[in-house]
Design a protein around this ligand. Structure first.
Ligand code: M6R
Length: 362
């Protein structure tokens, strides 16, 4: 049932505010984050190793910023197909965390089995509660996204991110990085997320309006800095999967180390830059692109648009939001740009060529 939408993907993008409301209701108790038993003692671990594939991997990369900056917990992130064959040493004091929508991805499951007996705790963040990955974990954390049918992951990504942010906050409190008042303030911020996501969905028309031009491009670049950098990868993956346009993501600061050679007037460059502590740096990278004729799509908030929107090809405006929430909120324009560009190209949005929803072979 597509709920009146043309595609499952459109339905799944649109239902994110509701699914996030469910998720927050399930995890937020009166006194803070309530994890399913047996929970995890973040004060007792020294390091977190996170492993996943595809979109779930980009959720892990985003979470590294949260765990390190907010909780002071060192994090390693790897794609499962590399991790499992590298024989990484997993010492005492390490918790291993696996993220998977389906809970059946072969490489992720094999990586989990590799960590069994080596890591102190095996955690997973899954959508399918009865999946192999959930069953083989010491603690499986559901993302409450409901069934995701579109091959391109959308609501599972925002729900994975939200569970991981809740975990990072829980870790920060356990490790003495957030006192009770600061922790409560962070939870209050999170409670605004469904409403913010709802507002972000309002850029649907703007995304549609530029999609015909994006659909003409052969290559599209995505740039982000700091906690927005992994989302640049997710935006590029989404676009590749369903529109078949070649898309790449770079950390904004890496541009001048090579990729800037790709820029000319035929290359749209999507810059994800809320008005945060790194905004000025992102803007100067964006101006380097514009100076070489690149067609910039700046995704930012009103303050960012006022400050840096002049001369930019297209500005997409999102509501202002607490910095920690930006990677979740800015997932919406990434999804909508991919969706509308694929529609403009006439590709099969829900069943893109060569792809399966669940990758159970390596
Ligand atoms: O079920 P999983 O989360 O383990 O799947 C991982 C990837 O196969 C998946 O995220 C894939 O990259 C999606 N098609 C992305 O849209």
């Amino acid at each position: 049932d597509k709920g009146g939408h043309r595609h499952f993907m459109a339905k799944e993008i649109a239902e994110q505010p509701a699914r996030l409301t469910d998720l927050l209701g399930a995890y937020m108790g009166k006194d803070g984050v309530e994890l399913p038993a047996p929970g995890i003692d973040f004060a007792a671990i020294e390091r977190l190793t996170m492993v996943a594939c595809g979109t779930a991997f980009y959720a892990c990369l985003t979470a590294k910023y949260w765990f390190e900056q907010i909780a002071g917990l060192p994090v390693e992130v790897d794609v499962a197909s590399e991790f499992r064959y590298r024989e990484p040493p997993i010492g005492a004091g390490t918790a291993a965390l696996f993220v998977s929508q389906s809970g059946e991805t072969a490489d992720t499951l094999a990586a989990l089995r590799y960590c069994r007996g080596k890591a102190d705790r095996i955690l997973s963040v899954v959508n399918v509660a009865e999946s192999s990955i959930a069953r083989e974990s010491d603690l499986a954390l559901p993302i409450h996204a409901g069934p995701e049918i579109g091959v391109a992951s959308t609501k599972a990504f925002s729900c994975q991110l939200t569970v991981l942010l809740l975990l990072a906050l829980d870790a920060a409190r356990a490790r003495g990085r957030l006192d009770d008042a600061a922790f409560a303030a962070r939870l209050d911020e999170l409670r605004t997320l469904p409403g913010l996501m709802n507002q972000a969905l309002g850029i649907d028309d703007a995304a549609h309006a530029i999609s015909a031009r994006l659909a003409e491009a052969r290559d599209i670049l995505f740039l982000g800095r700091g906690r927005m950098y992994p989302l640049a990868h997710e935006g590029a993956l989404k676009l590749k999967e369903i529109s078949y346009i070649h898309a790449e993501a770079y950390a904004s600061g890496e541009l001048k180390h090579g990729p800037i050679a790709l820029i000319d007037k035929s290359v749209p460059v999507i810059v994800m830059a809320p008005r945060d502590e790194l905004f000025d740096k992102s803007v100067s990278n964006m101006q380097e692109v514009m100076a070489r004729g690149g067609k910039v799509v700046l995704i930012t908030d009103a303050a960012g648009a006022d400050e840096a929107g002049d001369g930019v090809w297209q500005v997409l405006r999102l509501p202002a939001c607490p910095p920690a929430l930006a990677p979740i909120l800015y997932a919406v324009p990434a999804q909508l740009l991919a969706y509308h560009t694929a529609l403009a190209k006439g590709t099969d949005v829900d069943q893109p060529r060569n792809l399966a929803k669940s990758v159970t072979v390596e």
